[in-house]
Ligand binder design. Sequence first.
Ligand SMILES: [Ca+2]
Ligand SMILES: [Ca+2]
Length: 169
Amino acid sequence: MFNRLDSTGDGCLTREDYVKGATRVAEYLGLNEKESHRILHQFLYLWGLHIDNDADDQAAKVTEKEFMQNWTSVINESSFRQDLYPRSISADFRAMDINGDGFISKEEHAAFYYGIQIPIEDSMKLFGVLDSDKDGFISIDEYARGYLEFMLTEDPGNRFNDFFGPLVE
Ligand SMILES: [Ca+2]
Ligand SMILES: [Ca+2]
């Protein structure tokens, strides 16, 4: 996910990369100004979580090593399940639920992948796995289940390993 978000390819994530991601999502779906603003807000909220700091800090930068260290230490904290895990899940979910109806549609999922520059085919594959009741939408429960399995597994054959696109470039 890190490399996908690093749109400038300088090895660091900045606020600008998240703004670009949100802009791409808005472009993909042809969103109006209000909807685009909402998506931008969700992306910047994610940025704040990822740097564990004030999302409005224009100068903030995080290297891949720091990004991974942040996540690893966060996941190993005892407060993870009670606090950050639900916050992070709902933040990701809201960034993908573009019209805010409480479900991720196929088109919304594809738009998010487009935003962070992951091939749409990968979105389609993962969508089928996450939509476990096969009603054509991902609910927050379905999303949370996939997310938890992705975060906590060390099994390389896990079916959720492509959660944010194939990890191998
Ligand atoms: Ca939706
Ligand atoms: Ca479903």
